[in-house]
Design a protein around this ligand. Structure first.
Ligand code: MN
Length: 358
């Protein structure tokens, strides 16, 4: 296991590399070229410059989150093959720069959905939250407007104003796409990129849908154990793997997180760990990472990752906004640093107990 933090680049992130370097046990960052639109080629010199910047701060690039997949690829439009060719070129350039992990998602229109970005908890911290009632009451085209005021002036991944300006057209593109068609398009994409992934040993790690059910009538396919296993089988190559995100798969209380981890040995390449506190099955908020602050048993989750021999990067996923910090919602320094330290503590205890045969 390698402890990491997501970093949005010096142009966009309020958190600095030198600050990340001071979190005990954090050795790498998960980052990307944030100026790139889905479908564009990532050039080797651009990747190289990013890598040099990170390494100059005493850290390494542990993986890319994300090389985004364009809507043309997800829908399967006429532009799809050109965008896949560009994606392959980007992977090739990442491979040449010795980067071997790429996260991505296959969610239509919205990358992830929350209805509040700053719900106040009893201790005064603020967190991202979701209520189905709020989603049902809102016109999807107004979704961006409704939450953009809470973004603290930042640009949140998947909610770029340029994309959101075309949200009506995006919905139109997906109108004939059901879950089967979306799955077929995912398999088409994966089969096309597997040769370059094999050549450079690049592990692809799909991020689960968040929340793990259909939102605004859009299809969702990466939602549970059955679908994950189906995807693994459809392209049975170690480079076709998963970002195990507790906060996304865990939105569905029917998902047994440690059990899903144990069913995917060798195919989980990256882990996002956060906790959620549920008020009802469709009303939840993100909590501190600690088991007792939310619904998930973090010990059991980390233990399952340990037991399957997980060797990839972990990053504490969204954290609370605490201690007066102003940052991108979910991506402040302080609570993620606490999360990293807590997860490192769990890992150390599990590792030592295991080696002593306890
Ligand atoms: Mn995640």
């Amino acid at each position: 296991m390698e402890m990491t933090l997501r970093w949005y680049g010096s142009k966009f992130d309020t958190v600095k590399l030198w600050q990340i370097r001071q979190i005990p046990g954090v050795t790498g960052v998960i980052t990307m070229l944030y100026d790139k639109q889905p479908g564009e080629v990532w050039h080797q010199d651009e990747i190289h410059a990013l890598k040099e910047e990170v390494e100059a701060a005493g850290l390494k690039i542990a993986g890319i989150e994300s090389v985004n997949v364009s809507d043309a690829i997800k829908v399967g439009t006429a532009e799809r093959d050109q965008h896949i060719a560009n994606y392959i070129e980007s992977l090739e350039n990442l491979g040449k720069e010795d980067i071997h992990l790429v996260a991505y998602n296959f969610m239509p229109v919205f990358d992830w959905t929350r209805t509040e970005l700053a719900r106040v908890r009893p201790d005064g911290s603020t967190v991202l939250a979701y209520t189905q009632e709020a989603v049902d009451a809102i016109d999807p085209e107004k979704m961006f407007e409704s939450i953009s005021g809470e973004m603290n002036g930042t640009v949140m991944p998947g909610w770029e104003p340029e994309r959101m300006a075309h949200v009506k057209e995006l919905f139109e593109m997906y109108k004939d796409i059901d879950e089967e068609k979306l799955f077929e398009n995912l398999v088409y994409f994966l089969k096309a990129i597997m040769p370059v992934c094999n050549k450079y040993d690049i592990k692809m790690a799909i991020h689960p849908d968040d929340p793990a059910w259909s939102v605004f009538g859009l299809p969702r396919i990466i939602t549970n154990k059955e679908n994950l296993l189906r995807m693994m089988k459809a392209v049975d190559d170690v480079h076709n793997g998963i970002t195990f995100c507790t906060g996304s798969l865990g939105t569905n209380l029917g998902n047994d997180l440690p059990d899903i981890i144990r069913s995917l040995p060798g195919r989980i390449h990256f882990a996002h760990i956060r906790n959620l506190q549920f008020h009802s099955p469709t009303n939840f908020e993100e909590s501190a990472h600690l088991s007792s602050d939310g619904t998930f048993d973090m010990y059991e989750i980390v233990k399952a990752l340990y037991d399957i021999g997980f060797e990839g990067p972990i990053r504490p996923d969204h954290g609370r906004m605490i201690w007066g910090e102003v940052a991108m919602p979910g991506y402040g320094l302080y609570d993620r640093a606490l999360g990293a330290t807590y997860i490192n503590g769990l890992w150390e205890a599990i590792d030592k107990a295991s080696k002593r045969g306890i």
